[in-house]
Ligand binder design. Structure first.
Ligand SMILES: [Zn+2]
Length: 178
């Protein structure tokens, strides 16, 4: 297991069909961790554990196809905790994500336009000898996170900012003598 931070020569990685697999904890993903902070403070007792336990599992596979184009395939699965925007309780956020990157050392003019159109889920990445894999993983998860996550199932009453207003007559009740 290599030590973090994690940098690869993405072109060499694809040329050699290399494979990289591992787990990241939230402590290794500070930007992602920040987004999840609200949820973590709700369960302070579990905070230490959730910081160190694996939150993201990744698989990175390099590939060179028959016409010599270089690809990276990234698979991410997450086991995160966010805050439900309806009930404001902690909510598990399990994502299963797949990304395909074409490493852009190719002259785009040489590529058939149809190559790109056929594969609409391919992103371009610049060739780099120090591609930051953790930053890439963090970026992808942050972009994949729902803006307003809510539980799939009905999780009860909507919690409003003001809460239920007290009955103004309730206070008077004690004052009225029979
Ligand atoms: Zn909820």
């Amino acid at each position: 297991m290599s030590t973090h931070p994690l940098f690869i020569d993405n072109l060499a990685f694809a040329k050699k069909n290399e494979h990289l697999e591992g787990s990241l904890s939230l402590a290794e993903c500070p930007r992602l961790s920040e987004l999840l902070q609200a949820a973590e403070t709700n369960q302070a007792s579990k905070d230490d554990a959730s910081k160190t336990e694996a939150a993201v599992h990744y698989v990175l596979q390099g590939q060179t196809d028959s016409v010599g184009q270089h690809y990276l395939h990234l698979t991410l699965t997450t086991n995160l905790t966010t805050t439900c925007q309806r009930c404001l309780n902690a909510m598990p956020l399990n994502l299963a994500l797949n990304y395909n990157y074409l490493i852009g050392d190719v002259n785009l003019n040489d590529m058939e336009a149809s190559d790109i159109e056929d594969s609409d889920d391919i992103d371009l990445q610049e060739a780099s000898q120090t591609m930051d894999i953790i930053a890439l993983i963090e970026d992808e998860i942050i972009m994949a996170m729902p803006i307003a996550p809510i539980h799939d199932k009905d999780c009860g009453a909507i919690v409003t900012q003001s809460g239920e207003k007290p009955n103004p007559f309730a206070a008077l009740k004690g004052l009225i003598k029979p």
